[in-house]
Design a protein around this ligand. Structure first.
Ligand code: SF4
Ligand code: SF4
Length: 268
């Protein structure tokens, strides 16, 4: 056996290996990106749901944004206030826990209050039903279809179909917004957690039409706007909306609304 046939190739492969290793080592040093050690620490505090409710691509992106000062520690809807406080303590900044929001469904057309055009017997999916003629079986084309697409989108068991419409469990809702994208009627909106007064209707139909389809719809009569002393409720396109920056929850609009389209949410 000629040992040269083994030794020379082994030496040349070994030499090449050493040259490549040195090259990689130098490149790693030269092109190394410094990662702020606080980013993985913030990431460890986050719940890891990767739901995107913070507005970033996931928990890693949110952790980076908080450390770099682009997002507030309170921006994670799943982690809540304790998570915000822990991140703030780690970074030595204010948690600014204000601004917690909650999802609410702008419809209270339950089975006894909202009329149906026909009996729906199709796939239990709101987007499918909304494609049908008349945009679903409800006489009000703006109303909740009650087929639960939002329920299936919610990772937190925070929204359920009750008496034919979607209802949010405010204690479980993390304001991640997944239900908002799932609703083909654009019925779900985020409002301040502490807000008490809600217009639970999304119809921009004229009053007469609203009355024909539902007992509790906004008819755009403007009685609420006239009684509000704080300029906190306005009617645009036949529909009342509340300005939560101005609303003092005095309840005058709630009392005045002839169709009970404005409701009060008392926290338990
Ligand atoms: S109800 Fe909607 S916003 Fe609230 S946790 Fe469920 S999907 Fe998220
Ligand atoms: S709120 Fe929207 S998604 Fe949820 S059941 Fe009603 S129509 Fe369907």
């Amino acid at each position: 056996m000629d040992w040269n046939n083994i030794i020379y190739p082994a030496l040349s492969i070994g030499g090449l290996g050493i040259i490549f290793a040195l090259g990689l080592g130098i490149a790693a040093k030269k092109f190394a990106v410094d990662v702020d050690p606080r980013i993985p620490q913030v990431r460890d505090i986050l719940p890891g749901a990767n739901c995107g409710g913070c507005g970033y691509a996931g928990c890693d992106a949110f952790a980076k944004a908080v450390v770099e000062g682009e997002a507030l520690p309170s921006g994670c809807p799943v982690g809540g206030s304790s998570c915000a406080e822990n991140i703030a303590a780690l970074l030595g900044i204010e948690s600014s826990g204000e601004g917690k929001q909650i999802a609410y469904v702008k419809c209270q057309g339950t089975c006894d209050k909202a009329r149906e055009k026909y009996a729906y017997d199709g796939v239990m999916d709101c987007k499918n039903a909304n494609f049908l003629q008349g945009h679903g079986s409800k006489a009000c084309e703006y109303g909740c279809l009650g087929l639960g697409s939002c329920v299936r989108a919610c990772m937190f068991d925070a929204i359920h179909i009750v008496d034919g419409i979607a209802v949010v469990d405010e204690e479980k809702c993390t304001s991640c917004g997944m239900c908002i994208g799932a609703c083909p009627k654009s019925l779900i909106e985020l409002v301040p957690y502490d807000s008490k007064v809600r217009v639970e209707c999304h119809s921009t139909n004229k009053g007469k039409e609203v009355k024909l389809s539902c007992d509790v719809g906004c008819i755009g009569c403007r009685l609420c706007t006239k009684v509000c002393e704080f300029d906190a409720i306005h009617v645009d396109n036949n529909l009342a909306t509340i300005d939560y920056e101005k609303c003092t929850a005095c309840m005058k609009c709630v009392e005045k609304c002839p169709t009970n389209a404005i409701t009060v949410k008392e926290k338990e």
